[in-house]
Design a binder for this molecule. Sequence first.
Ligand code: ZN
Length: 263
Amino acid sequence: MTTIVLDPGHGGSDSGAVNGSSFEKVFNMDIALRAREYLLRNYDVDVIMTRTADSSLSLPTRTNQANQAKADYYCSIHINAGGGTGWESYIYNGAVSEKSVKAQETIHNYVMSQIRPYGIKDRGMKRANFHVLRETNMPSILLENLFIDTTFDLHLLQNKMFLDTLGNAIGEGLARALALPKLTVDVPLYVVIAGSFSTLENAHQRRLFLRNHGIEAFAVATEVNGVTKYRVQSGAFRNRDLAVVRLDVVKKIGINDAFITTR
Ligand SMILES: [Zn+2]
């Protein structure tokens, strides 16, 4: 499976760029979490965050994390400062792989296509000698998401709808650059049913019996051929082998009418 490292820049005692009560580190985290959410909701991918809390983290710690995890791609998220306006992306200005160049094009063009309607200026695809770009063993990118000290840009960064657009666009850009497989919507769940009853009371009795044996279970009402049945569900698994193991456990304590069904 493809592994992406999302790196919300700065954190803890290092706020990054500041404008009044607006901190770069906070925006970086907000955008990274939205991108992660989008990726995990839509694609078969692993996402590692260099930080999920407001903690201080050195640059080597960030890149070591990615290198040790042998991640496939590294994306650092920042907010610009210095009085300009717009959006830009960076890759390393030394030797980089063809894959790195192509990924920047894909991500940059996709994100711009989504945020341009907000009136955002495209500052271009750039290259620089940044630590996180130089010291990562995998293709990497650093995004400068608007300027914290420019009113027009800051207002957008304070707009939740815009942040959603931006976070989703970064997620989708990464997915396209890495050709991530779409998550199959209907991955079956293997559910262990430890008994099916006509009355809720009997289902509760069965549930208590299981609980007394240390097996988690709960009752669910199900329509079977127009008749309500109370099923005692004891576990739901993506992996069928795990469901079979649970079924064996349930049968060992004497519940011989247990079975596996899919949902
Ligand atoms: Zn920064």
